[in-house]
Write a protein that binds this ligand. Structure first.
Ligand SMILES: [Zn+2]
Ligand SMILES: [Zn+2]
Length: 367
């Protein structure tokens, strides 16, 4: 548990205020860029009315989308695991009594047997967060800054002072895309005036300095944003989070860096949703509940319900729980099909009915 007391809480408060500095910096920069572009460049320096109108309209469109997606990324609360993943009071007591050992493992195994989880720790144990006292859903990680477990955590971003995860990953991508377009647009339309600055073609007013610095800032941010945006496009195409790109998820059969990849088109739909009209808008449209994800694993985990409700009994009876050499396809997930699946077999998301414990599992706390 975190140390408590007036000193530590004041320090925490102070740290929380400091975390907003990058957001304030971006906001001030954005405000200045508005003044420099819309006022000093378009209204003061442009002589052609047609160019003025076109530039101002396109600029305001990009500015609006940039601010909207940035706002949504900052203020969308990260999603935490649902109550099904939290241990009951009795289970917590048992764990406290048995901090290690087989009894400890048994408690976790029993608590996890009905949960839709496929990933494990490096040692094959169920992923458990000591801090939040819950069994971590797949792709969920504990953020030390937020001090919470975050569903499909990508990373904690200081530029938005928020965790980027299941609830706001789409917004974050759009924020990168629109901020990149914003910078590219400014750099492209400012270029001829930037050249005029160096050839003394601009009147000697303060506007010329805004024009020069605006071009430098736009060009510089374009370079850094394009690399970051390109990297996240690659992550989306592979259905990976930043954390998973650094450390591949571990499944029961072992590490699989493409364990959640369903193919390019379906990977895109996981983040942006099925309806293309929402793809470019910072409106939540990602598929799923953030607690369970379809996989393309080659092995089926016998301790987890993995087949549609109507098929599960047949599959279970016909095999002695050996892993079939076929993938867990999206048909086994409610995320990609309309058919009833194991996650939908219960009214509680995250709970499912079939399952048996796996004695081979070991316990390891993972944060
Ligand atoms: Zn946690
Ligand atoms: Zn965080």
């Amino acid at each position: 548990m975190a140390p408590s007391g007036p000193g530590s809480s004041a320090r925490r408060r102070c740290r929380r205020v400091l975390y907003w500095i990058p957001v304030v910096f971006i906001t001030l920069l954005l405000g200045w860029s508005y003044y420099a572009y819309a006022i000093q460049l378009c209204i003061v320096s442009m002589e052609n009315t047609g160019e003025q109108v076109v530039c101002l309209m396109a600029y305001h469109l990009l500015f609006g989308m940039f601010v909207w997606s940035y706002w949504k990324t900052i203020f969308t609360l990260p999603m935490n695991p649902s109550k099904e993943f939290h241990l009951s009071y009795a289970e917590k007591e048992l764990l406290e009594r048995e901090p290690r050992g087989e009894a400890h493992q048994e408690v976790l195994r029993r608590a996890a047997k009905d949960l839709p989880i496929y990933t494990r720790t490096m040692s094959g144990a169920i992923r458990y967060c000591d801090r939040c006292q819950l069994i971590k859903p797949d792709r969920c990680h504990h953020c030390s800054v937020c001090d919470k477990c975050i569903l499909k955590m990508d990373h904690h971003c200081p530029w938005v002072n928020n965790c980027v995860g299941f609830s706001n990953y789409k917004f974050f991508l759009l924020f990168l895309a629109y901020s990149l377009l914003y910078c590219l647009f400014i750099a492209a339309t400012d270029l001829q005036y930037f050249i005029k600055f160096w050839t003394n073609g601009l009147p000697d007013t303060q506007a010329k300095f805004h024009i020069m610095f605006l071009f430098f800032a736009a060009a510089m941010f374009s370079v850094s944003l394009s690399s970051l945006f390109g990297y996240h496009c690659w992550l989306v195409s592979k259905n990976k989070s930043t954390l998973e790109a650094f450390r591949s998820p571990v499944f029961r059969h072992g590490t699989d860096k493409n364990g959640f990849s369903l193919g390019f088109s379906k990977n895109m739909r996981q983040v942006f949703g099925d309806e293309k009209k929402y793809w470019l808008l910072p409106i939540f449209s990602s598929l799923g509940d953030g607690c369970s994800f379809p996989t393309c694993l080659v092995n089926q985990d016998p301790e987890q319900p993995s087949t549609p409700a109507g098929l599960s009994s047949t599959a279970k009876n016909s095999e002695n729980h050996q892993f079939p050499a076929k993938p867990l396809r999206e048909s086994q997930s409610h995320l990609l099909t309309d058919s009833q699946s194991w996650t939908e077999s219960s009214t509680n998301p995250g709970k499912c009915k079939a399952g048996m414990s796996n004695p081979a599992l070991t316990m390891e706390n993972e944060t």
